[in-house]
Design a protein. Structure first.
Length: 319
């Protein structure tokens, strides 16, 4: 666990630098809003497109990885929407905050994948992003659009993360790759997105805005940082994933919620303050929980392999 924490430390240190810069008033709020918009609309979409477009993977060969990831995600979604009955929150607060239980911070995820697993890990994590980002954004937009009576299709079509992931996946499947100069441009933009994205996460941290809905926000955070990783561990064993893919699924599940959740809630007329609080709380707690969950991955993978190797023997003995 200590080794994993050291590898992840630079990523979380970058977040803390962003937090310090905004508290020291080194840059105006308008700068951070512009930087966040730049990352969200240009830099991060370039990273997603180039990572997915250039990745060497076969969707057929990664069926178990995607199945485990998808099942874990759907479990988190079910627990998230159950909060409406459990807590009976105000409609605007629920519509804005429900996304924090199942959306994940792709900036942190790709940075951690690069730190821990290298190029192969980044490529496979990009495949997870291609699967989950459209679904997570669609559900988040659906909750807010339903509350605000906004057109869902229009919101989804205008989401740059969805557009970039789908474009990267489609061009990868048909075998088209951008010419070298254009690919190099996308790569440079993508590299800029990780550091600047982490700085923007730190700049947006705030512990105000919870007030009357703290039980609801703690519940969403527990689903995201505790229940979802635990479910991912079980699913990694069920699908007998190898060590790398087990670590990736657990890393995905243990990530804090997306910082863009605040942007989405604000842009669609929701209630952004409790979202900002939840993003902050999850990001800070994940500095402790993420290395712990990742450190459990080898044991989970070993248990899965052991279970799979004993299954035929057990079945034969029963006959």
């Amino acid at each position: 666990m200590f080794a994993n924490a050291l590898l992840i430390l630079p990523d979380f240190a970058t977040i803390l630098i962003g937090f310090a810069l905004t508290r020291w008033r080194a840059y105006e709020d308008t700068f951070w809003r512009g930087a966040e918009r730049l990352v969200y609309t240009v830099l991060f979409p370039a990273l997603l497109f180039q990572s997915i477009n250039g990745a060497h993977f076969s969707i057929g060969a990664e069926t178990r990885l995607l199945a485990a990831t998808g099942c874990a995600f759907l479990g988190a979604v079910a627990l998230a929407f159950a909060a409406r009955r459990l807590f009976s929150p105000p409609a605007d607060v629920f519509a804005s905050t429900v996304q924090t239980a199942f959306r994940f911070n792709s900036y942190v995820g790709l940075a951690v994948a690069q730190s821990l697993f290298g190029g192969e890990g980044v490529a496979l994590f990009a495949l997870i992003v291609a699967l989950i980002v459209p679904a997570a954004n669609a559900l988040a937009v659906y909750a807010l659009a339903q509350h605000r009576q906004t057109r869902l299709v229009r919101e989804l079509a205008g989401n740059p993360l969805i557009s970039a992931t789908m474009a990267g996946l489609l061009t990868n499947l048909i075998g088209w790759h951008p010419p070298q100069p254009l690919g190099a441009l996308f790569t440079r933009l993508g590299q800029a997105s990780l550091a600047l994205g982490l700085l923007c996460i730190g700049a947006g941290l705030t512990l105000t805005g919870a007030r009357a809905q703290r039980r609801l926000l703690v519940y969403f955070s527990a689903v995201k940082l505790l229940a979802l990783p635990a479910l991912a561990c079980v699913l990694a064993m069920v699908f007998t994933l190898d060590p790398l893919r087990t670590q990736l699924v657990i890393t995905f599940a243990a990530l804090p919620t997306a910082s863009s959740a605040f942007v989405l809630a604000a842009r669609m007329g929701g209630t952004p303050a409790p979202v900002a609080f939840t993003v902050t709380m999850q990001t800070l707690v994940a500095m402790i929980t993420l290395p712990i969950w990742v450190s459990l991955a080898p044991a989970v993978s070993s248990a899965a392999v052991s279970s799979a190797s004993h299954a035929p023997t057990t079945a034969l003995a029963n006959h």
